[in-house]
Ligand binder design. Sequence first.
Ligand code: ADP
Length: 169
Amino acid sequence: MVATLLSIFSLLNRNMADPRAEPTFLAVKPDGVQRGLVGEIISRFRKLGYQLVAGKFVWPSKDLLHDHYAELSSKPFFPGLIEYMSSGPVFAMVWEGTDVVSVGRKTIGATNPRKSPIGTIRGDLAIDVGRNICYGSESVGTAEREIALWFTTDEVASYDLARRIGFIK
Ligand code: ADP
């Protein structure tokens, strides 16, 4: 009984402290993994104040990638995209925090790295649209769908940081 009340209080307290917290799906693509950039990308999100709640290497099947990129299936670059994304392991992650979907997209930068501002991950670390290092969900809705596609519920941890930063008061 006491434990139940404490866990409900902890959930309520967490939501009150950070009412706009949301999850997003991020992935370091095969070229980012091969170039040793997993740590750099984790570091950028952690330094912003976001919380890593799931992470694993996945060598994605073409079926998984067809689901993930279903909306792009009619694009001329689609077959090349599937080949590239299935060419090696991806580091898949779930991050949580205030507006992490939109801030995550800004942090990653534009699809074409050469048009992505300096300071963004793609603008700083890549030059080729077909090898643009990392992915981040486009909206809260796609984030939910993608997290369910890449992770099981058991793989996503629920924990409080000792000191949460970056939330809107
Ligand atoms: P983003 O990854 O920025 O959300 P899109 O969803 O439009 O971009 O495209 C998915 C991925 O497809 C891009 O990250 C990139 O790897 C690849 N892509 C997009 N446009 C092109 C293109 N013109 N040529 C080659 N690859 C492309």
